[in-house]
Each structure stands twice: as structure tokens, then as C-alpha cells.
Write a protein that binds this ligand. Structure first.
Ligand SMILES: [Zn+2]
Length: 90
């Protein structure tokens, strides 16, 4: 557990908040996609690979039951991703 916290470089409080937001975003994705989101939904905050963008990004990855994979990047931190972002992304 301590190792996970150190890897994320944040305080315990920050880590707890990120976990909470990741769960919130997963729920938004499942609500948006309905039963087509029966697969595995994973959400993580990542460094944006776009050189024109300086902010963090949220990566949402969905692996369907038939192993088709969808990956969406939203150019916001986990805590800023809203239902509107999810609706626009999917
Ligand atoms: Zn970005």
C-alpha cells in the first residue's frame, strides 16, 4: 500500500480523492453506455502526450467481453471530468 502511494507521488488524501473520482467516472461511463459497457472499465489520470497540452489527462479504457478495446483521453484531471465530458467522448 505504501508503495502505491509513493508511486502516485501524492498524499493519502489526494490518493483517496483520485480513487473516488475514478469510481465516479466509471459510473458515468456505465450510465452512458448502458449494457454495452459490460466489459472492464478502467480509469486513470495520466500525463498528456500532446505537446500542446500542459495539463494532466484522464484516460478511460473499456475492454469489452469480446476483447474489443476502446480508449478515450479527456484533457482534464480526474476531479474535473463531468458527465458532459463523458457524453461528448462516447
Ligand atoms: Zn492534454
Amino acid at each position: 500500500m505504501a508503495g502505491i502511494l509513493m508511486m502516485q507521488g501524492g498524499s493519502l488524501r489526494q490518493t483517496a480523492q483520485n480513487l473516488w473520482h475514478a469510481q465516479r467516472i466509471k459510473r458515468l461511463v456505465r450510465d452512458r453506455l448502458g449494457h454495452s459497457a459490460q466489459g472492464l472499465v478502467s480509469v486513470r489520470e495520466t500525463i498528456c502526450m500532446d505537446p500542446a497540452c500542459e495539463g494532466p489527462a484522464t484516460e478511460i479504457r473499456i475492454v469489452m467481453l469480446d476483447f474489443r478495446e476502446t480508449r478515450v483521453t479527456i484533457h482534464k484531471s480526474l476531479s474535473q471530468v463531468s458527465a458532459v465530458d463523458i457524453a461528448e467522448a462516447f
